[in-house]
Design a protein around this ligand. Structure first.
Ligand code: NAD
Length: 532
């Protein structure tokens, strides 16, 4: 099979089979309606899954090099459509066009480059070493695709958090049914357009638009794996549906990422990064800084620097040349308001921001909170908005203890000029990724696996692990097949003493004993087969 001639495939929004239910999308910038979008029902989801299943054998059997070549066409598609895509994603989410371009679109060729290089190595059959006690046999590990993968995406990075898992699954030979978020249906259409333009065979990527009911239908459909990115609450439902079958399920959930500032940190860089790491994408990132823990001796200076930098951030819509947009989802804005208000009432100080802006749209200003205590919601729960809560800690030990006492464990960072110390603290933090003197970068590094511990999720994507997540593992053992029988097979008579010799050799690491035992087993076997 070759895929050399790209013609538009069927990848696109599958609506309901009859007249679909619709939902309305409002602009986070102006509040105006941006149109109505169909909600695929379970019948439409099942039909999409059936098309993906029909496409699976052909795509699985397409050579890896041809699959990679087909996906690599994405580079050209993005070169031609990046401007249009970035503007549509920005209108849908409210984020600056700069962020739509850099964090949603530009990461795709970066990951494609990496996988073009790594996939042939990672997915190749590899030999494993075989113990002497199994001499004459060889062991291999190879991988084969799961089948049809159901991928459910969130709204905060609606392009890249849909496209990257889909590409990772496709590389391994899976076919995919993708459900984008109903909060960002325009970006969902952009994703469908991107895959349509790759000219993949029909059914290789199906996109079903809709809300939570569509996602739930996908979890119940005839898929072989679920890959979910979103909230912990929905993640639990997805995992429960996967357990019913049972099928593998990967969960990329929320975070309460820590940012530990040591006394010897480059404070200027740390303050700049705390601002960027908490306000980028309007704080709506699972990798956002959600708890800055600052050692007492530098706390006040750090606060001073951060406050000044936060107040310089220009807030506005995508057409206002702003640094930070509105929030994307009204419900998330309510969470931010609840967290800030309850923290304020419990004694937190609001040093800047702290109140919704008096204009249309979902605008909330950069907000800095101090005097945060562990009993506050904002300390424990994911806020997912433009708020930086700062916690004063006695020393680094206290910061590590508090960081690890969290329900979450997605990403963390350590700020120190002593890189050895930075690495030591990184090793002690219980989270999926840790950076030393950086924010955001680890999730953008295509060679690093991404995912969380505890309530932040199960499984990894990105890096080699991100390809293997979508694969079944197969172990193969080969015997040359020359001998008519193996010495440990029937009959067992007269073999016990030699078996003990082998066992003592293996357990006691005595090579001579292993060899003597095997020679004894072999002789007893030959005698047994000769009828002696
Ligand atoms: P969400 O759980 O509300 O929705 C995510 C997706 O699940 C949407 O497509 C939604 O329609 C679908 N869904 C809703 N109910 C469902 C059901 N019963 N069964 C199946 N699917 C269902 O999450 P969200 O608000 O879109 O995303 C924000 C959350 O995602 C935050 O908690 C954030 O931290 C997390 N997130 C995690 C990562 C990561 O990689 N770890 C990345 C981005 C966002």
């Amino acid at each position: 099979m070759t895929l050399a001639d790209p013609t538009p495939s069927t990848a696109g929004f599958a609506g309901s089979t009859a007249s679909p239910r619709l939902f309305e999308k409002h602009s986070p910038v102006t509040g105006a309606s941006l149109g109505q979008f169909p909600i695929a029902d379970s019948e439409a989801v099942d039909a999409a899954v059936a098309r993906a299943r029909a496409a699976f054998p052909g795509w699985r059997d397409t050579p890896l090099a041809v699959r990679l070549e087909a996906l690599n066409r994405g580079r050209q598609v993005l070169l031609e459509h990046a401007d249009d895509y970035a503007r549509k994603i920005a209108a849908d989410t409210g984020k600056p066009i700069f962020e739509a371009l850099m964090f949603e679109i530009a990461v795709v060729p970066l990951f494609l480059d990496h996988y073009l290089k790594r996939a042939p190595k990672v997915l190749a059959r590899r030999k494993v070493s075989t113990p002497l006690a199994m001499a004459g046999k060889s062991g291999y590990i190879e991988h084969f695709p799961r089948g049809v993968v159901g991928i459910i995406a969130p709204w905060n990075f609606p392009f890249q958090l849909a496209v990257l898992p889909v590409i990772s699954a496709l590389i391994g030979g899976n076919t995919v049914v993708l459900k984008p978020s109903e909060v960002t249906p325009i970006a969902g259409e952009v994703v469908a357009d991107f895959f349509r333009r790759l000219g993949l065979p029909p059914g290789v990527v199906e996109v079903v638009g809709g809300d939570g009911s569509t996602g739930a239908a996908l979890t119940r459909a005839n898929v072989d794996m679920l890959f979910f990115t979103g909230s912990v609450a929905t993640g639990r439902k997805v995992a429960a549906a996967a357990a019913e079958r049972p099928i593998p399920c990967e969960l990329e959930l929320g975070g309460k990422d820590v940012f530990i500032v040591c006394a010897d940190a480059n404070l200027e860089r740390a303050a700049e990064a705390a601002v960027y790491g908490s306000m980028g994408n309007c704080g709506q990132a699972c990798v956002s800084v959600e708890r800055a823990m600052v050692v007492d001796s530098v706390h006040d200076r750090f606060i001073e620097l951060v406050k000044r930098k936060l107040e310089k951030i220009k807030v506005g819509g995508p057409d206002e040349n702003a640094d930070m947009g509105p929030m994307t989802f009204a419900k998330q804005l309510q969470t931010v308001e609840r967290h800030v208000e309850s923290a304020r009432q419990a004694g937190a100080k609001v040093l800047t921001g702290g109140q919704r802006l008096a204009r249309a749209g979902l605008f909330y200003p950069p907000t800095l909170l101090t005097d945060i205590r562990p009993d506050m919601d904002i300390y424990r729960e994911e806020t997912f908005g433009p708020v930086l809560p700062v916690i004063r800690v006695r020393d680094e030990e206290e910061a590590i203890r508090l960081a690890n006492a969290s329900e979450f464990g997605l990403v963390g960072s350590v700020w120190t000029q002593d890189l050895e110390k930075g690495l030591r603290i990184a090793s002690r933090l219980e989270s999926g990724q840790v950076m030393v003197n950086d924010v955001y970068s680890s999730v953008g590094h295509p060679g690093l696996p991404f995912g969380g511990v505890r309530s932040s999720g199960i499984g990894r994507y990105h890096g080699d692990e991100g390809l293997l997540s979508f694969m079944n593992v197969k172990a193969i053992l080969v015997d040359r097949g020359k001998a008519d029988y193996d010495p440990i097979w029937y009959p067992y008579n007269n073999k016990l003493a030699s078996a003990f010799e082998v066992f003592r050799g293996v357990a006691g690491k005595k090579l001579g004993s292993v060899i003597r035992g095997f020679l004894g087993l072999r002789k007893a076997s030959i005698d047994g087969h000769d009828g002696k």
